[in-house]
Design a protein around this ligand. Structure first.
Ligand code: PLP
Length: 454
């Protein structure tokens, strides 16, 4: 990376999120310069199908003109206003109303932030505030799951169940606990059915709540499908059994719909796909098709009413961001939701899902493939060293990362999650483009197999 190239300047000046910083100094960046439909183009002019919609987010692809127009129109009318101290503006009002109408269960109010992390931090603070309002200041602990991904701000990173997000950051915070990852393929006992596995995990959750004391446990956070932890689907009956335990001990459920929201799983919400009845729902990403930063926290009326009482007692609900409900982001979100509705994005995902899911299942018998899993337009293919014993590859080999670098050569961007390859294409993808993506994955898998025997 010589001279004044974008790559050399990137190495010189840009501290990258979620990157092996040392490796980056030699590998350098893949510099993307433009996008069209489901395809992005790098600085050399090479095209890639974006098989993960960026970071599971650009559901309408990379050149939707209506979103550009919505942003420009709002920029011209009112580029910024805020919602502190009784101020408001129509884009935030309209979007809050729209989201309440879309919610999978009756919800009362919407709080806006910019990112999934901020949405989850907000949910944590609302839960603490709520339990103070109810006069039970000890009921503050929060349970998430191993391999969960809820973001990287201090509370959200604590909820996240990945060692990278804790180690060296002195996290998780005290009072944020983790229970089992519900991955049947990896964690079930030999011969244990999905239902029996779910029963065991729910019993473990109950044991954790009892050990901590139910009077100290406030909430349970869950993604409907765990995304960045490896595209892990809940086993059959899991949420039914978990929610029975939560109800028994008066523990709130937070559904983190940051990836699953807005059609990804074949329903508007992952909560609908998996029978979750959340008290709080967080969403971001596809809310604006990622064209601008925006996240939303939907809260039940019971939580809202308690917060109202508490703010009357102490004065102010002391939480909010300068950019809470940024008008340009809200205008883009409203247009995004309009397009989802007009194009029946949920119906489209249902119609396309078999093409992707069955297409990937065709690789189930490949010697490197341990498990193929997914629903709607989200999927994961887990690579293993030994299919019979499910033995993973030595992590130092970096097999998943290697496959994804082969996929770049073949014109597809995929997501390595350890040795699971993540798929989450824009929801506007066509059947032909899915076939092309599958073909490029097949070539990358073949290259990986050759590389392993070399
Ligand atoms: N929650 C889930 C399920 C996510 O997948 C992510 C990001 O990938 C987040 C929260 C954090 O969102 P952000 O990166 O916008 O802070």
């Amino acid at each position: 990376h010589q001279g004044n190239s974008a790559a050399s300047r990137d190495i010189a000046f840009h501290l990258h999120p979620y990157t092996n910083l040392k490796a980056h100094e030699t590998v350098g960046p893949l510099v993307i310069t433009s996008g069209k439909g489901v395809t992005v183009t790098d600085e050399t002019g090479k095209d890639y199908i974006e098989g993960v919609a960026g970071l599971w987010c650009t559901s309408l692809g990379f050149d939707e003109p209506r979103l550009v127009d919505a942003a420009i129109g709002q920029m011209r009318r009112l580029p910024f206003y805020h919602a502190f101290a009784h101020k408001s503006h129509e884009p935030a009002i309209d979007l809050a109303e729209r989201l309440i109408a879309l919610a999978p269960v009756p919800m009362s109010k919407v709080f806006f932030a910019c990112s999934g992390s901020e949405a989850n931090d907000t949910a944590v603070k609302l839960i603490w505030y709520y339990n103070n309002a109810l006069g039970r200041p000890r009921k503050k602990k929060i349970i998430a799951r191993a391999k969960a991904y809820h973001g990287v701000t201090v509370a959200a990173a604590s909820l996240t169940g990945l060692p990278n997000c804790h180690r060296d950051f002195d996290l998780p915070l005290a009072g944020i606990l983790h229970t089992d990852c519900p991955h049947h393929y990896r964690h079930a006992e030999p011969g244990e059915s999905e239902e029996a596995f779910a029963t065991r995990l729910a019993a473990n959750l109950e044991a954790l709540i009892l050990r901590e004391g139910p009077e100290t446990v406030a909430a349970f956070f869950a993604e409907p499908v765990m995304g960045a932890g490896g595209v892990i689907l809940p086993p059959a009956t899991y949420f039914e059994k978990v929610q029975a335990i939560l109800r028994k001990y008066d523990v709130l459920l937070v559904a983190d719909e940051v990836i699953c929201g807005y059609g990804r799983t074949g329903n508007m919400w992952g909560s609908q796909t998996f029978g979750m009845k959340p008290d709080i729902l967080t969403s971001a990403k596809a809310l604006t098709s990622a064209y601008l930063p925006l996240s939303a926290v939907l809260v039940s009326d019971a939580i809202y009413q308690a917060c109202v009482d508490e703010s009357a007692r102490i004065g102010t609900f002391g939480h909010g961001y300068t950019y809470s409900g940024h008008p340009v982001s809200c205008a883009v979100a409203l247009e995004t939701l309009k397009i989802y509705e007009e194009r029946d994005i949920v119906g489209r995902v249902r119609a396309l899902a078999p093409r992707l899911q069955e297409g990937l299942r065709a690789f189930r018998d490949h010697p490197l493939v341990g498990e193929v899993r997914g629903t709607g337009l989200i999927a994961g293919v887990e690579l293993v060293a030994d299919r019979a014993t499910k033995r993973p590859f030595d992590a130092a080999l970096g097999v998943g990362t290697r496959l994804v670098s082969f996929s770049h050569q073949h014109g597809a961007i995929l997501r390595p999650i350890g040795d699971t390859i993540g798929f989450s294409p824009p929801l506007i993808i066509t059947e032909t483009e899915i076939d092309t993506l599958l073909f490029r994955f097949e070539k990358s898998l073949a290259d990986t197999a050759d590389w392993l025997v070399r």
